[in-house]
Ligand binder design. Structure first.
Ligand code: SAM
Ligand code: SF4
Ligand code: F3S
Length: 452
């Protein structure tokens, strides 16, 4: 692909939202690199500024306006002309409509038009017009598109796009469309290639990985994919997200039996009240969820279970909320992403009566955070005295002689680096750490033996 007008242009990408957006941003970055552009560290240095947007909650939605208008006060760009582009879920949802309020935006591209972003940017540099593309266009397979990974040791690997679940509060199925699984062989080949170039860990991505393959009759399903990816030579496999209603026994078996699959399961519960779960259209009850947790722990006793919880769904009573608190304690979550319900126009929940005062919801939210802090602390205590293999992700910001990385259970681990070793040399390698400190959000200890 060649666009002379893009050659030597500098670019900056700011990404909001979930891992899907992070990976989409890597694809935009890969495309721009292949056009001869150069990534820079701030919008001020960039000829091209790309915002990868999210609209899952209102706060994320609002941030775009501030970000775009702050570009107006930037100094002139190196080439003398700056093009602002908006991609991701807000772009997909609002398309041309965004142009009305964002007068300095020149390019809008949807979640299915990433392959065309270089084309749109090149046109914007040449003609000063505004260019919008959000229609679903057949893209070349993700494996044949260049992408630029943020690190050399980890890669996001989308296994499917879209979502069919229509949880009543959620905008994602409306913007990302229906579930579409990538070909089994394409995913396995991609992970083989990543392992060959030294990637240690992959995270398989989908809004609900448990329904992988369901859109194509007779295709292998997620458990088979985990087993096949386990044979590629990759050392660590993670995945997200996993809908409780679709977590099949054979997937639990694969989690227990494939050594490369890390003992961490992100299983969004959303609420501990069966009444609210029904209103949310989650299609499982409190009892189903707890039974699933029991079955998972029977096979993998030490698994780290993490979750997403929404507080203040329309009509949530104090009793419903207390059910969420007690479920969190019972499930012993190692971590939880907690959200205050945000009304999304066009979703069924937006039409439900919602009269709980904000102060009540905020107070519930704070109580939930407190319970999660306690369960996370209790969960981490199990590792005091253990030796854990840590994939080193970086050097601590506060202390240049300490590394920070992730345990198999996805806990953050800190450790000082022995004299004579450059901490930067350990990034992307695995070290054993003897844990002597277990706090709410991290473990700490000392490195033993050689890095590998
Ligand atoms: N597909 C994933 C799943 O079901 O586990 C979740 C994807 S969504 C991007 C991430 C989380 O955002 C959800 O699990 C939910 O807790 C939260 N979320 C989605 N819509 C929301 C809303 N309207 N208000 C507050 N939180 C919301
Ligand atoms: Fe949203 Fe539910 Fe789909 Fe997750 S499963 S993306 S919460 S609709
Ligand atoms: Fe946000 Fe889109 Fe992800 S709405 S959470 S970036 S799928």
């Amino acid at each position: 692909m060649s666009y002379p007008v893009l050659r030597n242009k500098t670019y900056f990408i700011r990404t909001f939202g979930c891992q899907m957006n992070l990976h989409d941003a890597e694809r935009v970055s890969g495309l721009l690199d292949s056009c001869g552009c150069l990534e820079v560290a701030s919008p001020a240095e960039a000829d091209i500024v790309v915002f990868m947007t999210c609209c899952v909650r209102e706060a994320a939605d609002q941030r775009l306006y501030g970000q775009c208008s702050s570009c107006k006060s930037l100094p002139a760009s190196p080439s003398g002309k700056r093009v602002i582009a908006v991609g991701g879920c807000i772009a997909q949802r609002d398309g041309e409509g965004l142009l009305t309020n964002l007068d300095n935006v020149r390019v809008i591209f949807g979640t299915s038009s990433i392959a065309h972003v270089a084309d749109l940017l090149a046109q914007a540099f040449e003609d000063d017009e505004r260019h919008v593309l959000t229609a679903e266009i057949d893209e070349p397979g993700a494996t044949s598109m260049p992408w630029h990974r943020a690190t050399s040791y980890h890669a996001w690997v989308p296994i499917m796009t879209g979502c069919n679940n229509f949880c009543s509060y959620c905008i994602v199925p409306y913007v990302r469309g229906r579930e579409k699984s990538r070909l089994f062989e394409e995913i396995v080949d991609e992970v083989c290639g990543l392992a060959r170039v030294g990637v240690r860990e992959v995270t398989l991505l989908g809004q609900n990985v448990n329904s992988y393959g369901r859109d194509s009759y007779g295709s292998p399903r997620f458990a088979e994919l985990l087993r096949a990816v386990g044979e590629t030579g990759i050392e660590r496999i993670r995945f997200t997200s996993s809908h409780p209603k679709d977590l099949l026994p054979e997937t639990i078996d694969a989690l227990a039996e494939v050594p490369q699959v890390m003992p961490h399961l992100h299983l969004a519960v959303q609420s501990g009240s069966s009444r609210i779960l029904k209103l949310m259209n989650r299609r499982y009850s409190r009892e189903d969820y707890l039974d699933l947790v029991r079955r998972v722990r029977e096979r993998i006793p030490d698994i780290a279970l993490t979750t997403d919880i929404i507080v203040g769904f329309p009509g949530e009573t104090e009793e419903d909320f207390e059910q969420t608190l007690s479920l969190a304690e019972e499930a012993l979550f190692a971590q939880a992403f907690t959200f205050i319900y945000s009304k999304r126009a066009g979703t069924p929940a937006a039409e439900m009566p919602d009269d709980t005062p904000h102060e009540v919801i905020q107070e519930r939210f704070d109580r939930l955070v407190h319970v999660i802090e306690q369960t996370a602390y209790d969960f981490n205590q199990h590792d005091l005295g253990a030796r854990v293999p840590v994939l080193v992700e970086g050097v601590s910001k506060k202390n240049a002689r300490r590394i920070q990385g992730k345990s198999p259970k996805n806990q953050t681990v800190h450790a000082p680096v022995p004299e004579g070793i450059d901490p930067a040399d350990l990034v992307g390698r695995i070290v054993d750490v003897d844990v002597d400190t277990a706090r709410t959000w991290y473990l700490a200890g000392s490195i033993v033996g050689e890095a590998r």
